[in-house]
Design a protein around this ligand. Sequence first.
Ligand code: 3HC
Ligand code: NAI
Length: 693
Amino acid sequence: MADQEPVTLSIEGGIAEIRISNPPVNALSAAVRGGLVRAAEAAAADPSVRAVVVTAEGRTFIAGADITEFGKPPIPPSLPEAIAALEGLAKPVVAAINGAALGGGLEVALGCHARVAAPAARLGLPEIKLGLLPGAGGTQRLPRLVGAVPALRLMTDGNPVSAGDAQAMGLVDEVAEDALAAARALALRLADAGRPTPSRDRMDLGSREAFEEAAAALLKKGAENPSIGACVDAVRAAFDKPFEEGMAAERAHFLRLREDPRSKALRHVFLAERAAARIPGLPKGTKPRPVERAAVIGAGTMGGGIAMSFANAGIPVTLIETSEENLARGLERVAGNYATSVKRGSLSEEARAKRMGLIEGKVGLEAAAGADVIVEAVFEEMGLKKEIFGKLQEIARPGAVLATNTSYLDVDEIAASTRRPGDVLGMHFFSPANVMKLLEVVRGRETAPDALATAVELGRKLAKVPVVSGVCYGFIGNRMLARRTAMAERLLQEGALPQEVDKALTDFGFRMGPFAMADLAGLDIGWRIRKATGKTSPVADALCEAGRLGQKTKRGYYDYSGDGRTGTPDPEVLALIERVSAEQGLTRRSIPQEEILERLLYPMINEGARILEEGVAARAGDIDTVWLNGYGWPAWTGGPMFHADLVGLPRIVARLRDFAAASGDDSLQPAALLLRLAESGGSFASLDQKEAA
Ligand code: 3HC
Ligand code: NAI
């Protein structure tokens, strides 16, 4: 076999070593599957071979099937065929699991006759997270090897287990620092002792009753998740049917789920999140700057959470305030958050102490001098931010990245207040910043490529999902959100009720609707911004004027006089809305839920198209990633732009024209890009594919 082949075979000392090398994660592409079959055949045919070891190159063993192949016509051999080729060998086959063995990767290992794992290896069946079930024998071999209940648990929660836990459950035979050497030694021992029984021929399923009990609980909890039903059905077949029939049942479920739009959406989400970390137009060889210390300016709602994100990632951080009093308040809030996590059992006392130890509080901007990255999170006031960046140009060490957490303000204007605009960019975290995954990295006109690369890499280190945005009012997420907020207000004036608007979105899959969300966040934030910018939002303004500021005043769009957190519809709100409708000269009508949903979503999608058109976002997938990680968009619909493709762009264009005509609001007219795609039979996905090529 030539060197560039993704699967190579080398024979030495009676052992055939099959080595997979398909960077970055050794996914099981057609070339790998073909290579495995050929290598198995060659090992079988060579009389000098007494045993076989299967291993892989790099950080992972095998990360699973190649997700990018799922939408394309299948190329033989299939993965079940490749695994059968290994399992069918008369000579013992041992997997040397050097790193992550996930999905199809674990299924390859299950097809081997024994398994040795490195201590850092993780083993799991994450297919459910892609809306699938294991499709290469995982549902048949794993239960026969470790028991039906633990197998079902592994495939329905989708989380990997450590090598140690895998050994304890009987999934791996040995854990060894040098997994390859240990696997070779085991292979030779097995060559003498005889090939172990393959998992397919074992029957260590455990108690049927316990399985049915676990299955019933899972089906009850995950009734709406089609993967759970499929897993249960396939594992049950392991009890009731011969291996080959169980395999056929699994395959049928796998092929059905693979075509389900929900699985397509989840696969899109997986790939879009990773594509978002690739920065377009970055000069080749751009290296991120090293980040060893951070500083955060402002210990308010956001600053405290941002400091926690650094500490959680092991990066020492200085939290800076204007007075000892403000600092103490900020640090107390941070300490309180960690204490709550300890109390809940999600954080150990040791980890809490370590993290708190990484956060140092200081008064005065001079304390930012030693930091490699400085995140400003003071009040949303341009004058104040400019003053701070002006001072930072002297205080910050050369090469430090100067980031602002502004939600709306012009990053270029902030950058212009320093003599080092190349170091300036936006790092827009979302509240609560220690929890929310999204990080919009805002690229200014003058932002240096390596500063941008630093922020994106840092985002990943902070366990965030970074997405690059250009400069505009509200960046990607808040700019689109503004469209939804305006329409939600308009729907109330035309006749809808808060609970009807919220229900349209929660039925679609959002955890909360816009009005429940507004009540939670507090209505005064938007009110203050509207007053400062001369805008109005009649219903929202009237609520604020009536002292209804949301949950914190126990009254907002809903009444919270019960437990303070559960909102119930309030007749007073209805009266107030009816008054506003009358003032606006609108005759109220009942608005069907489908219309409500379309009117909330399509103007956002339209704004997304403008954002793409202007180059504020590089890919439609980036916009989806923002909405999935920052605004609770349901993952199994793939995000706004993926959803738009699914609905059909001509339909969205037609509806936007209806809305524009009915309201006389020209901003609802379809964006040029949306029109062009709709007329040419294109899609946002096709646009991204072109960009990637
Ligand atoms: N197929 C194709 N590409 C994959 C892939 C896969 N299964 N898994 C990862 N990649 C790609 C990513 O898209 C990314 O590409 P890029 O560099 O071009 O953006 C690259 O590999 C690196 O991935 P990550 O950024 O995620 O790298 P990490 O080091 O953070 O994580 C990992 C590595 C833990 C292996 C993680 O990538 C992962 O969880 N992968 C997916 C595992 C999975 O879901 N497997 C099941 C697939 S379905 C299946 O196997 C069906 C079978 O039952 C028949
Ligand atoms: P906040 O009012 O809770 O905190 C701001 C803090 O900055 C205060 O503690 C204040 O004392 C401190 N501060 C003011 N001037 C300072 C100075 N010169 N030096 C050091 N500290 C100073 O505000 P919040 O909500 O944390 O917002 C901060 C920034 O983050 C704003 O730009 C906001 O737009 C943005 N943001 C807010 C989000 C939110 O949900 N609250 C979400 C994302 C971004």
